[in-house]
Write a protein that binds this ligand. Structure first.
Ligand SMILES: [Ca+2]
Length: 212
């Protein structure tokens, strides 16, 4: 409780107000994009079995009081396939923020989904709920996707095809993260987990840049 006394000659005006400090939660993914609790869907994309994908969420407190009890958890669906790999701070001062990372590491092929619930002391969004979903694609389906993105069609898109006359079959090029779309090399993205490039191949890419 605070009060202000204003003296104006013969009159004295006393006003008072409850200094209510109100916390407020907002959750962003990606950073800078506000999600709506109970409506938001965050897509983890497609990935191969054995791979994993992470998404980092930002929790902001645009309110006037401390946001406390911040705790993410998963409920329902394939909750066991999701995990918090980097935890948020348990409280955030007014105007502050924290972040946390969720990893999807599916155990089976198919669509995987759950509800992310972020508990806090927010008055009307506790928990803040976000639907998470991702899909584990069989290797052949992943290959077909890469072939299609390389604009290969018909017989040229088959794993055994040699569509650019370079003597290297599509499947081998895919396995070694080379370009399916030409006789040249493909830019490597080390550690992205999106190709068949094995770890030493990725290390090679890091050592020699992206030209190989
Ligand atoms: Ca709220």
């Amino acid at each position: 409780m605070s009060s202000t006394v204003i003296s104006t000659g013969a009159y004295q005006l006393v006003s008072s107000w409850a200094a209510t400090l109100v916390p407020e939660i907002s959750v962003e993914y990606p950073s800078g994009t506000n999600l709506v609790s109970g409506v938001a869907i965050v897509e983890f994309g497609t990935l191969a079995l054995g791979a994993d994908v992470t998404r980092t969420f930002t929790v902001r407190n645009p309110g006037t009081g401390p946001l406390t009890g911040i705790a993410p958890s998963f409920m329902g669906g394939n909750a066991a396939d999701f995990a918090v790999t980097s935890s948020p701070a348990s409280s955030v001062v007014a105007g502050g923020f924290t972040s946390f990372t969720v990893r999807l590491a599916p155990s089976v092929i198919g669509r995987r989904a759950t509800t992310l619930r972020v508990a806090s002391n927010d008055a009307n969004e506790n928990p803040f709920e976000i639907w998470l979903t991702g899909e584990v694609t069989p290797p052949r389906q992943l290959f077909d996707g890469v072939a299609a993105s390389s604009r290969l069609t018909g017989s040229n898109a088959l794993p055994a095809a040699v569509p650019y006359g370079d003597g290297v079959k599509n499947l081998i090029k895919y396995a070694f993260n080379m370009s399916l779309g030409s006789s040249g090399y493909r830019t490597l993205s080390a550690g992205t987990g999106t190709s068949g490039c094995h770890q030493s191949c990725s290390k090679e890419a890091e050592l020699h840049g992206s030209s190989r």
